[in-house]
Design a protein around this ligand. Structure first.
Ligand SMILES: [Mg+2]
Length: 258
């Protein structure tokens, strides 16, 4: 069985592991199941996610991590002059095959091919102003993801979608969204789906649930992250408090004898 697993709000909240997730993932590996981590969080590179997982004792390889920054690069195409507003995970990914440009003056922002925006905890008015000028001058506009909020250990804070909304207001241009549940991430992840034997696990119906529907795989909702009310058209196949409970339920239901 193949598990597509969201990270924020499922495996951890910020820098705290959701209890039992390390053991649950070890159980899946021992059972011979395979795992892909699918995150809308573009702040870290795949290598950095592997290191963060390892810091919690969770085994993973770079090939098993899919981020919204990778989806953004797919949507962007190649050989673009790009202004990237985001953290290292976005900047390093978008730089592959493209020229990263940081305008020194507002006037320099004219003539860029694209603006890509991800979650940026160092966001300033100056960065927004340059992106606004670039987009109003015709640069294509991409956003890594729609998530309006982000779950810290105990608090909910503004996510990428909330930051992107300011540029949408200033430009009247809707970006191409790249992460779950939008087409670039669907395209990126589709080759990782084992038909009839894949489960998508997430804490957010509007992204993870809709993503599962777009991929044509069942959705398992865990309640360890952002809680959203039920949504029409998004089916929840299984629900559990945490990934640990979910894995225990599935293993009980589908014991593997091999
Ligand atoms: Mg999440």
């Amino acid at each position: 069985m193949r598990w597509l697993i969201d990270l924020d709000g499922v495996v951890w909240r910020a820098t705290t592991l959701v209890e039992g997730t390390d053991l649950a993932l070890a159980q899946l590996r021992a059972r011979g199941d395979s795992v892909r981590f699918v995150t809308n969080n573009s702040t870290l590179s795949a290598q950095d996610y592997v290191a963060k997982l390892a810091s919690f004792g969770i085994e993973a390889s770079v090939e098993e991590v899919l981020t919204s920054a990778m989806a953004a690069r797919l949507a962007l195409g190649a050989s673009q002059r790009v202004f990237a507003i985001g953290e290292e995970g976005l900047r390093s990914e978008v730089a592959k095959g493209n020229e990263l440009v940081t305008p020194n003056e507002l006037e320099d922002a004219e003539g860029l091919d694209a603006v890509v925006m991800g979650w940026h905890r160092g966001l300033t008015w100056d960065l927004l102003a340059r992106a606004c000028v670039a987009i109003r001058s015709g640069a294509r506009f991409f956003a890594t993801n729609r998530d309006a909020t982000y779950p810290l250990e105990r608090l909910i804070v503004p996510g990428t979608g909330a930051l992107v909304a300011s540029l949408v207001a200033a430009t009247a241009v809707e970006p191409t969204y790249c992460g779950k549940p939008d087409w670039p991430m669907v395209e990126l992840a589709s080759s990782h789906v084992l038909p009839g034997d894949t489960l998508m696990v997430g804490d957010r119906l509007s992204t993870d649930g809709a993503f599962a529907a777009a991929l044509g795989v069942p959705f398992a909702l865990v309640r360890s992250g952002v809680a959203e009310p039920a949504q029409a058209g998004i089916d929840v196949a299984i629900e559990a408090p945490t990934l640990r409970h979910l894995v225990a339920n599935v293993i009980e239901r589908e014991p593997k004898l091999s």
